[in-house]
Design a protein around this ligand. Sequence first.
Ligand code: F6P
Length: 327
Amino acid sequence: MANSVKRIAVFTSGGDAPGMNAAIRAVVRTCSFHDLHVYGIYHGYDGMIKGDIVRLEKGDVANIIHRGGTILKTARSKDFMTKKGRQSAYETLMAHDIDGVVAIGGNGTFTGAHIFQKEFGVPMVGVPGTIDNDLYGTDYTIGFDTAVNTAVEAVDKIRDTADSHSRLFFVEVMGRHSGFIALNTGIGSGAGGILIPESKSDVNALLEHLKKMAKRKKLFNLVVVAEGNENGSAHDIADIVKKEFTQYEPKVTIIGHLQRGGSPTALDRLIASEMGYHAVDFLMHHKSDIMTGIQNSKIVAVPLQDAIKKSKKPEKSMLKMANILSL
Ligand code: F6P
């Protein structure tokens, strides 16, 4: 059966993530291989609304696989949340005869894509690009591995000065509602404590842990705190600890947006390439309203509704393991 899909558009939206460029490259090159026309939409849904769309050729994505950020730029669009905005976006796509869209982003991006395809019937395939790794149905999201590696490198450096001064550092990493970055960074850097939003009793557990360490006179100098931690920010936790343990001189470092930049790791380039390639394949096979996920190293199609509505939480056993290894 001849493929009826002829024109595909691709865009990035929400927080940028290292590896998004590798995904864009994969989409463009796969389309080119199948003789499909491919269009890049700049600035996410905002660009779709304003008609900021250009034809991309395979040469346009040369020399970008190793670059962080996104050549298509990104935005968090308020206008796309309105019916009027989505109507304008639809008109842009129709003006270019687009019959399939690859949306690279996270939860907000996919929520928009799901509503849009329901309202206007435009086939949409999501590619998970967010450093937070908080999407259900995929073991990895693009950018997570790079962000964790960047955070581990930063924490290693903080450890040097923490150790030299025998100081206690609270390092805050990104993760608006999720603790994946904090958990993996904490384990990877051998932190004494890890505080994540998914585990509520953790401040008391941390205080207990600190008491035990103080008794043994064991040097304890690193706690990794997720940005979305419900018991408070790294500053709040440092204040609590300061009150209980006057011998410590707690310091706080917030790594922040440093984690979102930089050259993607090999793993991020690999999964971005696979996901971009398969996203085009799904559209060619008339699959829509899905996200390309990776489960046990295999590409799967995950309903967008599941990806955005169901929750993915770090394994409790990982936290337990981290505690044991830091004793
Ligand atoms: O979604 C990725 C993320 O980096 C979160 O970890 C963080 O809370 C948020 O984006 C920050 O967004 P912005 O750069 O828009 O402030």
